[in-house]
Design a protein around this ligand. Structure first.
Ligand SMILES: C[S@@+](CC[C@H](N)C(=O)[O-])C[C@H]1O[C@@H](n2cnc3c(N)ncnc32)[C@H](O)[C@@H]1O
Ligand code: SF4
Length: 404
């Protein structure tokens, strides 16, 4: 195990930010050129096979001042209906009934901020169309600060297997500063209550690099993890979006230095390790007693746009505003402005035609991230490799193919 000093030295010498290889190539390297017809052909190729389905729900009750997701606040019932109708049209256009759905993921925004009757109607529509694979897995994001009971009941009726929700931090000072007021006692109670649903997966998001963040409140995190409900954790570096500072000057006033940020990261990591979590890729942890961890040991976990999933399919159909779709021949992103998404017959706004080299590198990255890493050439990394997976991936690909 690396000492604190060793870790901080490496954090300083390899400060990142690291590319997140949840698909390849990254969107900044997409070359365009693929059309909607190419995407239809890619779907034709995948007929009869297992595919994954991502559906984006952009609604949120309030805006958290750090959020970089594609969201819409406090939308009226009519605008939610317009969006759900557009989603249905998009799903129909992909003829999803031709596939077996392996992983279904509801992301956001906040799926449980969607009107419950609209959501029921949408689920009826969706589940009438899709064929579930034998290993069907259904995960949804949600926000436990708003009503969740009806939402969970309705999704549970459609075999929801797990959930993921944001916590970000447990320090009220930080939470207020980032516009995410949270009643911590109530949150803890609700998390405890999740036991009744018997979910296979309960994941949380935490952030580091937030203003005024310090290690004092990590005792609260320790207390939470001891409840043994949570078995998957994403620990994200806060990604500063430039316009944040115009609206929230405190971002600049209290922004931690790189050293302070990495010290905090190290301390969070220690709390997670103490609570029996294992870091499977940079910032992603599974509880050692979970099914996921065993799957990871068996090489069955893949990196996807939706996080780490067991048996991810080669094709991911992304529906909704800003959704990304992946196939061995085409990558595409939908319009990211809701108005454009609603108005467009063709939802594609950005694309990339996969070359054979792209595919080779993507497969290599999948292979690396699907099992405990053993490719570190530099001995210094052996103990620390779990912290620097993206760096090692990049280094590995540079050595192998010379052009990344
Ligand atoms: C769709 S939200 C999770 C579900 C729900 N909306 C919630 O907030 O509880 C996705 C996650 O993205 C992460 N995120 C959002 N903006 C970010 C940013 N600027 N930098 C890093 N992570 C961010 C947060 O951790 C957040 O929980
Ligand atoms: S963090 Fe979650 S709840 Fe907050 S604005 Fe972003 S998507 Fe919405």
């Amino acid at each position: 195990m690396a000492t604190r000093e060793e870790f901080l030295h490496l954090a300083k010498t390899h400060p990142g930010p690291y590319p997140r290889f949840n698909y390849y190539p990254r969107i900044s390297d997409w070359k365009g050129g693929a059309t909607n017809e190419d995407w239809s052909l890619a779907l034709k190729d995948a007929r009869g096979q297992e595919v994954d389905l991502y559906i984006h729900f952009p609604f949120c009750k309030n805006f958290c001042h750090f959020c970089g997701c594609n969201i819409k606040i406090q939308s009226s019932l009519d605008s939610q209906r317009d969006y759900i109708d557009a989603l249905k049209e998009e799903i129909k256009s992909y003829e999803v009934e031709n596939f077996k759905i392996r992983n279904l993921f509801f992301g956001g925004g906040t799926p449980n901020a969607t009107n419950i009757d609209l959501l029921k109607e949408f689920l009826d529509f969706l589940f009438k169309r899709i064929n579930k694979s034998d290993d069907f897995n259904f995960i949804s994001e949600m926000d436990l600060r708003i009503d969740e009971k009806d939402f969970l009941e309705v999704l549970k009726d459609h075999s929801l297997s797990g959930i993921s929700f944001g916590i970000q931090d447990l320090n009220p000072v930080v939470l207020n500063l980032i516009g995410r007021k949270t009643n911590i006692d109530q949150l803890f109670e609700k998390i405890e209550g999740l036991k009744d649903y018997g979910f296979k997966e309960v994941g949380i998001d935490l952030l580091y690099g937030l203003p005024k963040q310090n290690t004092k409140h990590l005792e609260k995190l320790d207390e939470l993890l001891k409840k043994s409900v949570i078995n998957k954790i994403s620990l994200y570096p806060f990604a500063h979006v430039p316009w944040f500072s115009d609206y929230y000057p405190e971002w600049d006033k209290y922004r931690p230095s790189v050293e302070k940020k990495m010290e905090y990261y190290y301390e969070v990591d220690q709390v997670l390790l103490k609570n029996d979590f294992f870091q499977i890729g940079y910032g992603h942890y599974f509880k050692k007693s979970s099914e996921h961890y065993q799957d990871f040991q068996d090489g069955k976990i893949n990196r996807t746009v939706m996080g780490y999933f067991k048996g991810a399919s080669k094709t991911l159909i992304g529906c909704g505003v800003s959704a990304i779709s992946i196939s061995p021949t085409v990558l595409k992103k939908n319009h990211k402005i809701i108005g454009q998404y609603l108005g467009a017959q063709n939802k594609l706004s950005k694309s990339h035609r996969m070359t054979s080299l792209d595919l080779k590198q993507w497969n290599k990255l999948q292979e690396i991230s699907s099992k405990p890493l053993s490719i570190a050439e530099n001995k210094d990394f052996i103990d620390l490799q779990r912290y620097f997976l993206p760096h090692l991936c990049q280094k590995y690909l540079t050595n192998t193919h010379g052009d990344i």
